[in-house]
Design a binder for this molecule. Structure first.
Ligand SMILES: C[S@@+](CC[C@H](N)C(=O)[O-])C[C@H]1O[C@@H](n2cnc3c(N)ncnc32)[C@H](O)[C@@H]1O
Length: 334
């Protein structure tokens, strides 16, 4: 997954395909509606963050909308693993003051945003077979990619598998230790501030249910979804759903506290998305209807509203500044 997505010059995120938006392979919330980035600016405004760090900024659209809605915001930094997307971000954000970082800062204060980043972090696939756990590997034989399964005998992946993957013959799913390590590192480096992760996924007890016996790994190519990552290698996105319990545990291991966990719909409604929409003067009725259609997708339980979740963790004074989120908190589900 790492090579297919990030190998320099060849991986999906490292090479020149359009990726995001209608002409690409998938559409994310910021691509769908400018109200998304504005809602994030609104909900985190009480923090008065002196600095915002966006991880994996894609086309730069979220940054543009966030800065447009909150022009007096402090510094805006972006860290993106993709050099190709960084160039596009620099073009779209040419009128804004934004810094691009090459590595995570040793100390982080303020707000960290990551929309649909954790799902793009390379995961492992594990299955239970013949009374033991095994890990999926990919090998190339005669120029063709093939699966090969390797017994898991020891190590953190086996430990996680024993606690998460049901011991049902053939049950296959993902474990993303790298995403957990990223969240733990962010939490460790956070001195005073908030980390906000928005992504599709579930709490652990809903993730590894008996019925979801072939996992969540999916590929996106030209707005079609399929489940064979060995096809179109380097030309398609590969993702897995996020185990939000694992991410919350990683953040707590890094010394942060969970401020809130909720659905995207609850979060955006609490952020005043509908009020912003109602107070917007549209140029014509067509624009208003298109904007409403996008909002419907962001909020609807059958589209992104329930599948997408928001996890907010923090340290220090930022926790009190976001006390108003308590009424939408569903962290008991984690
Ligand atoms: C699915 S895209 C989402 C883009 C954008 N946030 C949006 O919502 O439109 C995933 C983004 O995360 C970036 N990415 C993946 N792993 C990353 C990491 N470890 N650090 C920073 N960026 C990362 C990719 O290059 C890409 O920009």
């Amino acid at each position: 997954m790492r090579a297919a997505l990030y190998a320099p010059g060849l991986g999906y995120y490292a090479a020149g395909a359009t990726k995001l938006g209608e002409r690409g392979d998938f559409v994310t919330a910021p691509e769908m509606s400018s109200f998304f980035g504005a809602a994030l600016a609104d909900i985190f405004a009480p923090m008065n963050a002196k600095s915002t760090l966006e991880l994996g900024a894609g086309s730069g659209k979220l940054a543009r909308d966030f800065l447009g809605a909150s022009p007096s915001t402090g510094k805006y930094n972006i860290l993106d693993i993709s050099a190709d997307l960084r160039e596009r971000q620099q073009a779209i954000l040419a009128c804004h003051v934004v810094n691009w970082l090459d590595a995570l800062p040793e100390k982080i204060a303020g707000l960290v945003l990551a929309n649909e980043v954790l799902d793009a972090v390379p995961c492992e696939i594990v299955r239970f077979s013949n009374e033991h756990y095994e890990q999926a590997r990919v090998c190339a034989a005669n120029g063709i990619f093939e699966w090969s399964w390797q017994p898991l005998l020891t190590g953190p992946l086996l430990h996680a598998a024993k606690h998460r993957i049901p011991p049902i013959e053939g049950y296959t799913s993902e474990i993303n230790l790298e995403a957990e390590a990223l969240v733990a590192t962010l939490a460790e480096r956070l001195t005073d501030g908030v980390l906000c992760f928005i992504d599709y996924g579930f709490p652990r007890r809903e993730y590894y249910v008996t019925d979801r016996s072939s996992g969540t790994l999916a590929c996106h190519y030209q707005h079609r979804v399929h489940f064979d990552p060995l096809m179109l290698v380097g030309l398609q996105d590969i993702t897995s759903h996020v185990d939000f319990t694992a991410m919350a545990e990683a953040a707590v291991d890094g010394g942060a506290s969970v401020i809130g966990y909720t659905t995207q719909a609850q979060f955006l409604l609490r952020a005043g998305l509908l009020q912003r929409f109602e107070s917007t003067a549209f140029v014509n009725e067509g624009d208003r209807v298109r904007a409403l259609g996008a909002i419907q997708k962001l909020l609807s339980p059958t589209e992104m509203g329930e599948l997408f979740k928001v996890l907010i963790v923090g340290k220090g004074s930022a926790i009190d500044a976001l006390a108003h989120l308590a009424d939408i908190d569903q962290s008991y589900r984690l």
